[in-house]
Structures are given as C-alpha cells and as structure tokens.
Design a protein. Structure first.
Length: 474
C-alpha cells in the first residue's frame, strides 16, 4: 500500500511538473497579477484640463450655462450628465422654464431674471433654434454664447441629406410661404458673432479626419461652425454641443464679451479637411491649447491701455536752450479731489555734449498711462532722462535722447522712451521736434477676471510717437 501511494504521488508530480508555481514545486497558486489599465484616450479637446486648472486656482467658475431642453426628458438628463462630465459644476447649470427647447421668446421673458442675466452660455442641443423673426434680435441683445448642435441626418432630415445648412434643403421648403425667412433668420443670428454650431469628425488611429455620414456638414453656416473629433460613428451632435458649451463656458471665464469668446474659439481651432474655413468642418477642431487663450489676461489688459504723451524728463531735454550747471523748475501746485497736492519738479544738468534731466511729482495720470478699466487717480512718479548731442551747436543740434519713468497707483506704470530730437533755440524762443519709440508696462485689474494670488494682470504696449514743441520766452 505504501509503495502504491508513493507511485501515485510520483505520477502526480510528473504530470504537474509544467504547472505554474514558485521554485521548489509548491502547488499553492500565488495572487493573480493586477491587469494593466487600458491606455488613456487622448483628449478630444486639447488644453481643456490646463484651462480648468487655471479656473479652479482662480476660485472656480462664474456665471451659468442655460440648458435649452425640457428638464423631464431623458435627452435633457443626458445633456446634463455630459455637461457635468465635461467639468461644468452642476450648480452652474439651469433649465430655463421653456415649453419648447428652442423657444427664445420664452427665454427672453424668463421670470428668473437673475439667472438669465448671469447666463454666459446657452446650450442648445436641438437643430434650427433661430427660426422666428424675433430670434436674431434676442441673440444680439444678450451677452451669451449660443452653442448649437449642427444636426443629425438620420434623426432630423429624411433622406439623409447632409447639406442641411443651405436655403434649398427640404427642411426649409416644407412651408414655401415662409421658408426664406426661417433660414434667413439663422443667418442673421450667426452674423451677430455670438453663435457657434458644432458637428463631429471621425478620427482614425493614424490621426486623419473624415466626415461622419449620419451628421450634417457646416454648409453655408461654415463661418459659425466647429468640429469635435471622435473615433466611433455612434452618437449625434447633441453630445458635441455639450462639449462645445462646456468649452465656451471655460473660455468665458477669461473674457467680458460673448463675441470675444466666439472669436477666440474660431482663431484657436485646428484646421482639418480642406484648407481654410470649409463647408464640412467650418473653422476646424475645437481647441483650447493656443496662445490667445493662454495669454488672455495679458492681451485683454494690454488692449485696455489708454496712452497719452507725458514724458516729464524727456520734455525737460527737449527744451532747446543750452544748459550749464543745474536748472530747477517747479510747476503750479493744484489739489486733486482728495485735497492732496499735484505738482511737478524738474531738474536739468548740462555738461558739454551731455544733458541730464530728472523729474518727480504727483499727477492724475502718472506718466500718461491709463486704462479703460481703471479710474484716473492721482499717484506719485519719478523719471530720468539723458540726451547726447550728435552734431550741431548749443543752439541748434540733433541729439539722441532716452528716458525712463516709474509711477505708483493702481496701474504702477513703467515707461521707457528713446529717439532723436532736433532742437533749435534763440534768445526769445525755442522749438524742438522729437520722433522715437515708447514702451509701456503696467498692471491692470480687469473686471470679472480672476487669477491665482493676484488681482491684476500685466499689460504692455509699444509703438512709435512724435512730438513738436514751441516755447516763447519773455
């Protein structure tokens, strides 16, 4: 019996010699290895995560997304989930009390005026939302980006005609007595610069893009049209419009006007299909990873700068009279609206071919730098300049001049100027002509803009300028 059991054991060991197990022939199986996670799918909208991080660091989203769909339908709930998946907080989404998902007239008379006023994006997952004569005016009246689904051939347009956005499509011809106005109203709404249509493009594994035959093309609405890529052909443009609405909501955190958001999304789109704005994909793929978005605060702040000539040190150098030793001049003292004095102190020193000038004081617009977003407030400044006579006499010469200044206050401006000055002086009069280039840097607080750890955005401006001065002395 013992021999037989040993033989059986030996046979068992022989048969299991190929079984997996640790060295030593243990029959106890170890834990199964964890399956490798599938590789992450590439972002359909490049740059969205980076922009979302900026918004989160700045304190979260401002404004609302209005979802134009009946709240009780499965379709609307699907759109709600899509918006949330795209990063829009649920408390930033609301359903206007409309009986029809595309009834702009009821939205115009929405009783919740506060939510309507706070709306930045209208998500319209239905096609043809601007059919009524009043609709283009409603679009123009609100500071809202209207994110609209371009349409699905299999669900909306019998016969599978993909050229929906043209006036002779049978959808518009169903009532010949008014179809021209219906299609024309859409073109008027698109012309406001506040509307974007969106469709899908199919992308294969090699990264090339093709149309999806069940979705309409941009057609005559191409200048207001974008695309989003997907790998599968399933799904309609309602899903795409949710992605567009979320992206527009992200970008609207950086701008003040709906037109700026639409222009930005068009400019940042990646061109696909035929070169340029085409009838298939419009401006191309929706994209948030572009320089205009990354530098939105700087560009907006810079465009708000209002500059005027005020270069106190340079003005002292443009005086054509010869200078030997130190000359000091003080302007009249005037009180500002807070009762504090405004004054300007000048000092100039001449030594051979070299002139030095300094100025300090307190002015309403220090160094001539203002902004549309900042009220003019008095602030101190200091500036210095130098001029080197290139040729000519003390009373008539061409000089190279340069100056730099720094001011306080809300904008804290810094200016530099460099150029050439032709100076002529006599016993009773002097005049000068200056041409050069200026560069201005400042800090601007933009209403509605937020940035982590700062309330102001850097701004800059540069350009050529000239000045002609004349003085009569008694």
């Amino acid at each position: 019996m013992t021999v037989r059991l040993n033989a059986v054991a030996a046979l068992t060991l022989l048969l299991c010699s190929g079984c997996a197990g640790p060295p030593g022939g243990s029959m106890i199986a170890g834990p199964l290895p964890e399956p490798e996670p599938p590789p992450p799918e590439p972002e359909q909208i490049e740059g969205k995560e980076a922009l979302g991080a900026r918004i989160e660091a700045a304190g979260g989203f401002e404004g609302m997304v209005a979802l134009f769909d009946s709240e009780v339908t499965d379709h609307a709930q699907g759109m709600l989930r899509n918006l949330i998946e795209e990063g829009v907080p649920e408390d930033r989404i609301w359903f206007p009390e409309t009986t029809l998902s595309t009834d702009l007239r009821q939205f115009e008379h929405e009783q919740n005026a506060d939510l309507r006023a706070r709306t930045k994006v209208a998500h319209m997952p239905q096609h043809a939302p601007f059919s009524e004569d009043e609709d283009p005016g409603i679009v123009a009246a609100h500071n809202i980006v209207w994110a609209v689904a371009a349409g699905n051939t299999h669900a909306l347009h019998p016969g599978g005609d993909r050229d929906f956005w043209r006036p002779d499509h049978h959808y518009w011809l169903r009532d010949p007595s008014w179809h021209e106005d219906e299609f024309g109203n859409h073109l008027k709404a698109f012309a406001t610069g506040k509307v974007l249509l969106v469709t899908y493009a199919k992308r294969d594994e090699e990264g090339s893009y093709e149309p999806i035959e069940t979705l309409v093309r941009c057609g005559e609405a191409r200048d207001a049209c974008l695309a989003i890529w997907r790998q599968a052909e399933t799904g309609g443009t309602s899903d795409a419009s949710a992605k567009l609405a979320a992206a527009a909501f992200y970008v609207f955190q950086l701008y003040e006007k709906a037109e700026e958001v639409v222009d930005t999304l068009k400019e940042c789109a990646v061109d696909i299909g035929e070169q340029g704005v085409d009838v298939e994909f419009g401006h191309g793929l929706l994209n948030l990873a572009c320089e205009r978005i990354e530098n939105a605060e700087v560009l907006t702040a810079s465009s708000s700068l209002v500059l005027r000539w005020d270069a106190p040190a340079l003005e002292g150098l443009l005086d054509g009279r010869p200078s030997s030793g130190v000359r000091v001049r003080a302007s009249r003292w005037i009180a500002d609206r807070d009762g504090l004095p405004l004054a300007r102190l000048w000092a100039r020193y001449g030594l051979g071919h070299l002139d030095l000038a300094m100025s300090a004081g307190r002015g309403r617009v220090p160094l001539g730098v203002g902004s549309r977003y900042a009220n003019a407030r008095a602030a101190p400044y200091a500036a210095a300049g130098a001029g080197w006579r290139l040729f000519g006499s003390a009373g008539r010469n061409l000089s190279a001049v340069i100056s730099a200044g720094r001011g306080g206050g809300a904008l804290s401006p810094r200016t530099t100027r460099a150029g050439l000055a032709w100076r002529v002086s006599s016993e009773h009069r002097s005049w000068s002509a200056y041409a050069g280039r200026s560069q201005v840097k400042a800090w601007v607080g933009i209403p509605g803009h937020r940035a982590a750890d700062r309330g102001r955005s850097p701004a800059g401006s540069s350009g050529w300028e000239g000045l002609l001065t004349f003085q009569r002395r008694h």
